[in-house]
Design a binder for this molecule. Sequence first.
Ligand code: G3H
Length: 513
Amino acid sequence: MAGTGVFAEILDRDVYKYYADGEWKNSSSAKTVAIINPTSRKTQYRVQACTQEEVNKVMDSAKTAQKLWTKTPLWKRAELLHKAAAILKEHKAPIAECLVKEIAKPVKDAVTETTLFSFDFFKVVRSGDLVSYTAEEGVRILGEGKFLISDSFPGNERTKYCLTSKIPLGVILAIPPFNYPVNLAVSKIAPALIAGNSLVLKPPTQGAVSALHMVHCFHLAGFPKGLISCVTGKGSEIGDFLTMHPGVNCISFTGGDTGIAISKKAGMIPLQMELGGKDACIVLEDADINLVAANIIKGGFSYSGQRCTAVKVVLVMESIADALVEKVNAEIAKLKVGPPEDDCDITPVVSETSANFIEGLVKDAKEKGATFCQEYNRDGNLIWPLLLDNVRPDMRIAWEEPFGPVLPVIRINTIEEGIHHCNASNFGLQGCVFTKDINKAILISDAMETGTVQINSAPARGPDHFPFQGLKDSGIGSQGVANSIKMMTKIKSTVINLPTPSYTMGNGGHSKL
Ligand code: G3H
C-alpha cells in the first residue's frame, strides 16, 4: 500500500515529504499542495510546498554530488541503476495504486506504466526495464571515444591527434508530465545518472506522489546523497525559479505549452522538450478497416486520449469514410466508461479545467455543424468517448488537442489534402498512415512534417529505445534511451600536437629521427 512498509518514511502525518541530500524532509514553509483525485474530485494526497531557499540547497547538493559521481566508474553507476530497477519492479503495486488515485489511470494502464509486457510466466516492468536497458546502453555509449587525425587540413598534416570523449553536463532538471509521472521521469533520470550527471526532479502536481514513491526506490538502491533530489510545490513559487536557476545545466521537459515558455527563459543550456501533438491518422482507400478501427480505438481513446501521441485527428478518404466511422462507432460502444479502480477504458480526465477545455471544443464543433456520432455526455471530470464526423478546418477541434476522449474525423478526397492538413498544424510529433501500398506509405511518411510516422499502426513513443522527437511546436531534441544519454553529455576534446608530421617517420620519411 502507498505510504506504508518501505515507503513509510516518505510520509509524515498525511503529507508526503520532499527528497533532498539523501533524506526525506518536511518543508520549512509549513505549507502543502493538495492533489485532487480526478474521480472523487476530493483531496487525495498532500505534498510539501518547497521554498526557493530549499531549491537553492538542493541545487548546491546536486552540484557537489555530481563532482564525485562523475569520477564513479561506469560499471558502478550501472550497478546502482540495475538495483533501483529491481526495487522499482518489486514495488510496482503501491506505485500503480498512486497512479490510479492521483491521475485516474485505469488499473491496467497504471500497471502498464510500470509493466509493459505480461507473459504467462514472467512480467517485465516497463520503467524498471527502461532503467536497466539505459544502464547497459550507457556503459557501451559512454565507454567509447573518438580519435581524429588532422591530415585533411593543409598545413596540419598528421601533426594533430584529437581524442574526444563524452562528459556529463552537470545538473539535469527533469520535469515529467502528469500522464506518465513515473515512466517519463525514469526516462530522464536513468540517462542523466549513467552519463555522470546529478538530477533534480520536479514532478507534476498530479502524479507527484507516484513520483515520490519511485524516487524512494532510487534512494533504497543507495545512490550517493544529493545525486537525486525531488522537490514538490507550487509552480508560482518554484516553477520559474527552478527552470531559470543558474545551477541547472540542462532541462528535460515533457508536457504542454509551458515547455515553450521554459525554452524562452532557460538561456544557454541544452534542452530536451517533448510538448504537444495533433497526431494525424491518414487512411487510404485500400486500408484494412478492422486494423484501422482497432488502432483508432487504441490510439485515440487509451487513457481517455490523454497521451501526447494519441491519434488526435482522423483524415480518411471519403470513399471508405462511412464504413470506417461505422466500425469505429461499433468499437466505441464496447468501451467501458467509469472509475479507474474498475479498470474502465475511459476514466475521468485529470482535472475540471481539462474537462471544461474539452467541453469548449465540443461546443464549438456543435455550433459549427460537426456530426455527433454519440451523444455528448459528461459527469464531473468523466467524459464519454465521442467521435465527431464531418469536422471542417474552421472548427477548433480540427487543430487543437483535446487531451481527452473526443476524436474528430475529417473526410478527404486526395492524399495531398491529408498531408496538407497534417502539415498545416503547428505541431509535428507523430502521424500514421494506413494502406497496403508500402510505396505510397513511404512517400506519405516522407511528406509528413512529424518526428515519426507509423505505417499501419497508431502513434506511440515506445519501445523506449526507439528515437522519439517532435518537430515544430512539438519539441526540441530527440529522446529514446541512446539519444537521451548522448543529449545529457557534451563532447570534450584533447588535442595532442606533434612538432613534425608523423608521416616523416618510417619508410621514405625524411625525419631526422
Ligand atoms: O504523453 C506522452 C508520452 O510520451 C506518450 O507515450 O506513446 O507511450 O503513450 P506513449
